[in-house]
Design a binder for this molecule. Structure first.
Ligand code: COA
Length: 273
C-alpha cells in the first residue's frame, strides 16, 4: 500500500497538475485558477506549496502564503484539496501536518485559513483532528463571488481558523491524542431538530455560562442543500449564534461528529497567543 509521500512542488509541470486538481475540485473557470506564474512568484516570496504523490501523479495539494494580521504574521492557507478517489485515506491531514512542519521551519507560529461553518466534515478536520481554533466570524467574506457560496444566492460566510503551531493542544493531536472535553456546564446555542423530515435549526440565545457553548449543525450538507430556504435559514441562525458566542469571549476549540456535528466553544483566556 502506497503512503502518498509529500513533496514540495517547484516545476511548471507540477503547477499544471495542481491547476487541473483545482478545476476538478472547485469547478473554477480558467480565469479563476491560480496561474503557474503566480505559483512561481508566491514560492519565491515565502509561500508553501506541497503535493501528495501516487507515483508521479499529484493526488492532493496544500497551498499557503505569508499574510499579515493585526499584530502578527501567519501563513494563510488558501487551498487544500485531495482528489475524490483518494479521499478518506489520511492524505488531507498528512498535507496539513507537513504544512505545519514547513511553516514552523520558516519561523511562522500560526497558520490561518477560512472555512464555511456549515461544512461539518471540514470542521472535524480543522478543530478535532488538527486542534485549530476560531474566534472570528467573517460575514459574506468573498462578497460578490457566488461560486464560493454553498448554494445560489447564499452569502459566503466563513470562520477564520487559527492554528497555533506550537500549542500543547496541537502537539498532542499530532501525536494522535485527543483531549477529552467534559466541561461542568454545557449550553446548546443551536440544536438540530427533525421536523417533518427536515433538519431545522433551533436557536437559544447563549446565557451566562462559563462552561461550554455548543453549536450543532447537520452532519451532511446534502441533508439541507436540496431546500434553498432551509440552507439559508441555517446560515442565518449559525451566523447569529457564532457572533453572539464570539462577542462573549468564547472560541471554537473542538468539534464532535456523531450523526450531527457539534462545535464546542470555550472561553479562551490563557490560550497561547
Ligand atoms: C477536505 C479534504 C482535503 C480532506 O481530505 P482527505 O484526504 O479525505 O482527509 P483525511 O482522510 O486526511 O481525513 C482528515 C480528517 O477529515 C475529517 N473527516 C474525514 N471524513 C470525515 C467524515 N466522513 N465525517 C467527519 N469527518 C471526516 C476527520 O477529521 C479526518 O481525520 P481523522 O481521520 O483523524 O478522523 C478533502 O475532502 C477535499 O479535497 N475536499 C474538497 C476541498 C475542500 O473542502 N478543501 C478545504 C478543506 S478546509
Amino acid at each position: 500500500m502506497t503512503d502518498f509521500p509529500i513533496r514540495k512542488l517547484r516545476t511548471h509541470e507540477e503547477f499544471e497538475q495542481v491547476r487541473r486538481i483545482q478545476k476538478i475540485i472547485w469547478q473554477h473557470s480558467e480565469i479563476e485558477l491560480t496561474s503557474t506564474h503566480q505559483y512561481l512568484l508566491f514560492l519565491r516570496t515565502g509561500a508553501i506549496l506541497l503535493g501528495a504523490f501516487d507515483g508521479e501523479r499529484i493526488v492532493g495539494f496544500v497551498f499557503s502564503f505569508p499574510a499579515v494580521f493585526p499584530g502578527r504574521s501567519a501563513q494563510h492557507s488558501r487551498q487544500l484539496a485531495v482528489l475524490p478517489e483518494y479521499r478518506s485515506r489520511g492524505i488531507g491531514k498528512k498535507l496539513k501536518w507537513a504544512q505545519r512542519r514547513e511553516a514552523g521551519r520558516m519561523g511562522f507560529e500560526w497558520v490561518t485559513w477560512t472555512a464555511d461553518p456549515l461544512l461539518a466534515r471540514n470542521a472535524d478536520l480543522n478543530f478535532h483532528t488538527l486542534g485549530a481554533w476560531a474566534r472570528t466570524y467573517l460575514t459574506d467574506y468573498y462578497a460578490a463571488l457566488p461560486n464560493l457560496a454553498l448554494a445560489p444566492g447564499l452569502a459566503t460566510d466563513r470562520l477564520l481558523i487559527e492554528w497555533p503551531l506550537h500549542s500543547p493542544e496541537v502537539a498532542c493531536r499530532k501525536r494522535g491524542r485527543f483531549p477529552l472535553r467534559c466541561p461542568d456546564r454545557m449550553e446548546k446555542a443551536v440544536e438540530v431538530r427533525r421536523v417533518a423530515d427536515r433538519l431545522v435549526p433551533r436557536y437559544r440565545s447563549p446565557g451566562g455560562t462559563d462552561g461550554a457553548l455548543l453549536i450543532e449543525v447537520p452532519g451532511q450538507l446534502t441533508e439541507i442543500t436540496k431546500d434553498p430556504d432551509l440552507v439559508s435559514q441555517w446560515q442565518i441562525v449559525i451566523r447569529r449564534a457564532f457572533r453572539a458566542c464570539f462577542k462573549r469571549g468564547f472560541a471554537v476549540t473542538d468539534f464532535v461528529s456523531a450523526g450531527t456535528g457539534c462545535y464546542i466553544l470555550e472561553k479562551i483566556t490563557g490560550k497561547s497567543e
